[in-house]
Design a protein around this ligand. Sequence first.
Ligand SMILES: [Zn+2]
Ligand SMILES: [Zn+2]
Length: 981
Amino acid sequence: MRISLKSYDIMTAMSAKNLKDVSPKQDFVQMEKDLLEKWEKEEVVKKYLEKNQDSEERFSFIDGPITANNPMGVHHAWGRTYKDAVQRYKNAKGFKQRFQNGFDCQGLWVEVQVEKELGFNSKKDILDYGMDNFTNACVSRVNKYAGIQTEQSKRLGMFMDWDNSYYTMSETNNLYIWNFLKRCNDRGLIYKSEASTTWCPRCETGLSQHEQADAYKDIEDTAVYVFFKLNNKEDSEEEYVLAWTTTPWTLSANVLLAVNPELDYVKAKIEDKAVYLGKDAAQRLDVEVLEDIDIKDVIGREYESLIDIPAQEGIEHKVVVWDLVDSESGSGVVHIAPGCGEEDFELGQELGVPAISALDTSGHFTEGFGFLSGKYAHDVADIIIEHLEGKGLLFKTETYEHSYPHCWRCGTKCLFRLENNWFIKIDEIRPELKREAEKVKWMPEFVGKRMQDWLDNMEDWMISRKRFYGLALPFYECEKCGNLHVVGGKEELKEVALDPSLVDKLPSIHRPWIDEIKIKCPECGEVVERIQDVGDCWLDAGVVPFSTLKYLEDKEYWEQWYPAEFVVEMIEQVRLWFYSMLVFGVIFEDSRPYENVLGFAEVRDENNQRMSKTAHNYIPLDEASDKVGTDLIRWNFLTASAGANIRFGFSILDDVRRRFYIPLWNTYNYFVTYAKLHDCDYKGYDEDKVEDVMDKWIVSKVRKLAMDVGENMDEFNMAMASRKIEDFIKDLSQWYIRRSRNRFKEGDEDAIGTLHYVLLVLTKLLAPFVPFISDEIYSNISLNLGLKESKSSVHLEDYPEFREEEIDEDLLEKMVLVREVCSNGLQAREMAKLNLRQPLNKACIGIDEDFVKDIVKNELNLKEVEYSKEPVKEEGVITVGDKELYVSLDTNLTKELREQGIINDFLRKYRDFRKREGFKIEDVIDIEIFMEGEGKEVIEAFIRENKEEMQVGNIVVVDSMSDFDREFKIGEIDVRIRKVS
Ligand SMILES: [Zn+2]
Ligand SMILES: [Zn+2]
């Protein structure tokens, strides 16, 4: 192998004296803060952002906007670390990129927080406060938290073009959505519909399917069984139908009873009434069954109103067929209130029966509901039960546990109410959505499956909200001619505005200001106001691949950056951001907006519980950053499998520190210590000169690592890439350095040069993952050492590229075998209960190669290693392993070996003493020593002759010692040591 190393050609011979000392007890948090200052001062971030601006190759990343509504918690750091690691890697690889961070700024979540801040409880409070003041308060909250999140992200080590962040509340972003909605309307996809909507009575708005998907809670409710009295045929006995509901308030809006002819029904005798109900239910309720019946005889019959209120007057109640009725729970008869439930509404529509609308926007009964009017729907179960008892129509109540929707934002128990809402038809574009989603690479794969499922089941997109601070839907509905005019931009608004000059004077296109603009209906000339609704916040985020890439202003620019090659967010974004972007992509360009999507799971606490502020296990990002530093947080996230929930806590981070961070730091410290100790005046690793097989091995190993990490990063597999680095650091410290210790002690320039080379490559590989420690190490071993082309930061370096020919695969494979042989030898030692400090005479191994014998000799502390065709069978010889990987270890001890063992034990304890007393390797000290017990002469003789090795100036063996710094035992010998100041 005769290939010179580019990075080393440029190196000038420099003295290691310039290396900054490394503290084994480094304060890493302070180190990170110092680096942040350095990056700022030396414009590292700016240079990083500009590094590849002239590059032909591009990599397009689009940032999913973070809600600028609160300071970040540790869970936010997962996605942000992925984003930063990928962009840093691509930057090192020379790709031109956009580094635009995004903030999500509109919608219910901001409103709810501002309401809390101001102590508001209802929409009325907001209107009293003034919609303009409220909007301004929302904007200032967003700006405040965008600022805080920016600082937190910098602290996390993210390099972004912070001054160029996009805000979804910007006029540009909102106007792009107008344009999108106009295109939707041109294609006939926009419609208004009255529907039974899942409704938050606190936020006073309907909630869409994708918002609500995760917002179900298991709760207990009172379910009631009630008798509905059938209208009697003349002279016949009174007949009843037993129905069941978990939401008694909806009985006030009952219109139908539904049964399923596929099920069995019976006539039972309950409280002397003849009652029809399901057969299974009769059994469950333990009632007296009179006979089986054919439910078809009951279908179509009319019945009396259950509750006496004006709203029920004139309603024709009927028993109808519905195949969704099952026999699992309830009575086999379902009460239907088309005004109070989605499925009920659909059935009502199908059958053409009226839907009784019972509630106002705050969940209170409207006029016409008699004793219920003015009461809150969730509070009326008891009075309805009382009313029914009074009429003799209540059979029984029971506690029922079910999964019930709650507002995803404020947690309030939802209701159902009839409301006019605006929708985008999805059926028309469903095939395109599915086709485009198929083209995307989803990671992990199941995320793609989830997207297809979502696309199969997604109903029309409800895009309107009855709120204040959000996208003002540009819908102008003419009352006179029925025309819906959708305005696609500000110029267009001016064209149709009654007073175009007002459009120019708009301080913002938010409510309330935008509501002042009235237009002339383009069809009939009538004056039309904007509808009051605002938009779903997922419109705001979905438009980003167009609004941030200048789709309407600069198509050429947009074409260079669309679609995004990479986006990454939590897996739940399948039905939110990933979905909404896909809709925009299909409407604007009939194409997918992204090529590779990484979804990640959830951050849990150390006990695998969901983190939440109310459960007090929530960890603010600042707290974690200040406590342990952000490199550790990043590494913890990067080594995790994206698709599985990850646990997060300080004991877990401690483990990361022990496992990865400290070995890395110690290895670096080891290099600096020995380079300085021997004041190396070296040229680093020189392939033509280096002889030692360990040096060659670790160099091949780090080059191979660079290729592996690169391949995994190209696949966005951060977990695999970082785990490989972690394994490498283990090999570096536990095999390369351990096996090369004597060479370092002797000041072997090849060893020190090799370690330098390896560390230099390693810092470049680590930079995307742990930006702080990598730059700290790099700066010292590159800049301070005076490498000619070193950069002011590792983050301005290129990715280390190697070719296959530069890697000695053969050696890498052999070393695996050698380590296997050594591990067999160690096992043999263990079986003989001989620790490694006890030298042994000899071992025989099955590989006849000098470097292998050398390594085994050193690793197993042997005087001699020989090749033997077969395992040796002699007294005192232990063989472990088979084929050519066996070791036959001679465990017989001579007097000389025993004495050497004692001295080795002594030296180890002595070094330990020096370390604990805080001496450096080069410090020469004076000591007194006391020994007692058989064999002490061996140690005495040794220290007399080896003062230099022990780094002592003067050593006195004394006869007694009561006051000492350290006491230990070597076999039977008591040893006490004290330093003489
Ligand atoms: Zn709510
Ligand atoms: Zn009109």
